[in-house]
Design a protein. Structure first.
Length: 245
């Protein structure tokens, strides 16, 4: 008679590995940090692009990410993605095909078993929290396309770090108003009106549709170091944009 051990699949979960007798795993965590810092420290100004892994070439999200990344590369920015399929592949591809620096921070997940083929810098991670740290640490802007739980996790982690002043006020863009505006309205009604966040904090989230406008704002922000200004990207104007072209 077979008896199922309820703990038999625990080895599939990273946190289950953190047992009292397994403290040596700390050195593996340290190694990932050191490798990530060493590799990304040589990258110039970079933009992290997040979004769904579940779109394919020809989908709106894929096309947008590829175009945005190509425009960023043309302006001298490196592009950082999670290295997987969907929006990540499109972001890497846009930068790679434009002879820009394309960085993939890869991790093995059920829907992301292989790194995409459009990376000239590639780093593999086991631990999500280290990967997320590298995404944040080496980016001067964050571009968020439509996505699911993972995308929302990355979005709200970044905006929380900005809100709590743990990182500078780097610009954070939500691409595709049709997708994001309902969430913004929910934030206004359910968070702002109940006093859970300040109304002024809504300005941390910039909703855009036009890739050219997006890239112009990022280029201006990096030149003017807008993340050191009190109002951040809110101080951008079209006149600023023309001066920086």
């Amino acid at each position: 008679m077979n008896h199922h051990n309820p703990n038999s699949n625990n080895n599939n979960f990273v946190l289950e590995e953190m047992t009292a007798k397994d403290t040596w795993r700390v050195f593996r965590i340290m190694a990932e940090l050191v490798e990530g810092f060493d590799m990304l420290s040589k990258v110039g100004p970079a933009v992290s692009i997040f979004g769904t892994a579940r779109c394919k070439e020809g989908d709106k999200e894929y096309t947008l990410a590829r175009e945005i990344a190509a425009k960023l590369a043309a302006r001298g920015f490196a592009v950082i993605t999670g290295g997987g399929p969907g929006v990540m592949e499109a972001g890497n591809r846009g930068a790679y095909e434009s002879n820009g620096l394309s960085v993939g921070l890869n991790i093995i997940l059920p829907r992301e078993t292989d790194a995409n083929n459009y990376q000239n810098i590639s780093q593999d991670f086991r631990y999500f929290f280290i990967r997320k740290l590298i995404f944040i640490k080496y980016a001067v802007a964050f571009v968020i396309l439509p996505g699911g739980f993972g995308t929302l996790d990355e979005l709200f982690e970044a905006v929380t770090l900005i809100q709590t002043k743990k990182i500078k006020r780097f610009p954070l863009f939500l691409v595709d108003s049709t997708f994001w505006q309902p969430m913004i309205e929910w934030i206004k009604v359910s968070l702002v009106q109940r006093g859970f966040i300040e109304e002024s904090e809504l300005s941390l989230l910039q909703v855009v549709d036009d890739p050219e406008e997006l890239v112009n704002k990022i280029a201006w922000c990096e030149k003017e170091k807008c993340y050191n200004l009190a109002n951040g990207i809110m101080e951008f104007s079209e006149e600023n944009s023309k001066e920086n072209l």
